[in-house]
Write a protein that binds this ligand. Structure first.
Ligand SMILES: Nc1nc2c(ncn2[C@@H]2O[C@H](COP(=O)(O)OP(=O)(O)O)[C@@H](O)[C@H]2O)c(=O)[nH]1
Ligand SMILES: [Mg+2]
Length: 306
């Protein structure tokens, strides 16, 4: 399966919701304000946000009414092209990470968003791109969390640095980065706990992790990536807000795009926070994480076939 096909399969829920709505709208002979409202509401229903929806409405009107384009496929292709141009700014080239020297990457985010799973998948991705990888199990709050990362490490065949349950997360992060640097490993991926229930502790914990990493190399951490669950809609946007207060984010991973009809949330997040998207998760298996490609994402979301 090529990369575009993977996007099409992964985003099938989001695109089928939109495609059905588009069919209905395109079947209308006369495009009046009512139909345009319907179009705008359809986009909003995909969680793309009111600003994006208003822009796409204008684009749709300009193609359909001003330019008198009647071919539905043509219109969707033009809309996808405009969307892709907008989203291109947020593409981040994953294959460049850890290229010149060791990179330490902290993976943050609240419980259950898919941090550990994404680390496992990233491990596989980087290895396939000829990077050496080590995982750091700095979510030390539950034994199961350490075991989960251990299973991923075995599955994708990378080293893991871990400690006992309830040990100091910063110490595990330190040991992981130290191991990576000493052994000239390209990428250290550090898992974290992210319990938002206790914000003050959480903030201190992340600060401590970041500070100890800087002791090894002042350029560490090279990335602090926030993982977001696409199915949580507006909540995902709040999490960007909260975590940005704790530390400067360098990028996002958006997961579970396969299990929601609301893939438009990616547009809302990009528009509002202007952070690069490092990768997107479209399933639970090791190959279900892909680098974010604006063109493929836009086309797949709008149901454009080629
Ligand atoms: N469908 C789907 N499930 C995912 C994806 N990413 C993670 N998950 C699932 O979400 C659940 C929580 O993931 P986990 O990595 O443990 O989250 P963490 O608490 O942030 O580390 C697990 O059941 C994962 O299999 C994804 O892209 N798609
Ligand atoms: Mg986890």
């Amino acid at each position: 399966m090529n990369l575009f096909d993977k996007f099409k399969v992964g985003l099938v829920k989001s695109s089928s919701g939109l495609t059905q709505g588009f069919e209905n709208i395109f079947s209308k002979k006369k495009i009046n304000n009512e139909v345009l409202d319907e179009f705008e509401e359809l986009i909003i229903s995909s969680d793309a946000g009111v600003n994006v929806a208003a822009e796409l409405r204008k684009d749709f009107e300009s193609f359909r009414v001003d330019k008198k384009i009647n071919d539905h496929k043509e219109i969707l292709k033009l809309l996808a092209d405009k969307m892709a141009i907008e989203l291109l700014k947020y593409e981040k080239d994953l294959s460049l990470m850890g290229n010149a020297k060791t990179s330490a990457i902290v993976i943050s985010g609240v419980n259950g968003v898919g941090k550990t799973t994404s680390i496992g998948k990233l491990g596989k991705y980087f290895k396939e791109n000829n990077r050496s990888v080590v995982f750091g199990a700095a979510d030390t709050f539950r034994a199961a969390a350490i075991d989960q990362l251990q299973i991923w490490a075995a599955k994708v065949k990378v080293d893991i640095i871990k400690s006992e349950v309830n040990s100091d997360p910063a110490s595990v992060a330190y040991k992981t980065a130290e191991f990576a640097k000493k052994n000239q490993i390209d990428i250290a991926l550090i898992d974290t706990a992210g319990r938002l229930q206790n914000k003050k502790n959480l903030m201190e914990e992340y600060k401590k992790i970041i500070n100890v990493l800087k002791k090894i190399d002042e350029t560490f951490p090279n990335e602090i990536i926030l993982v977001l669950d696409a199915t949580t809609g507006q909540n995902a946007l709040n999490q960007v807000e909260e975590f940005s207060k704790i530390h400067n984010l360098t990028g996002l991973i958006i997961t579970k795009l396969d299990s929601t009809a609301k893939g438009g949330v990616v547009l809302a997040i990009c528009k509002k926070y202007k952070l690069p998207i490092v990768a997107i998760g479209m399933g639970e298996k090791e190959d279900d994480l892909q680098p974010f490609k604006a063109e493929y994402f836009s086309k797949a979301l709008l149901g454009v076939e080629t």
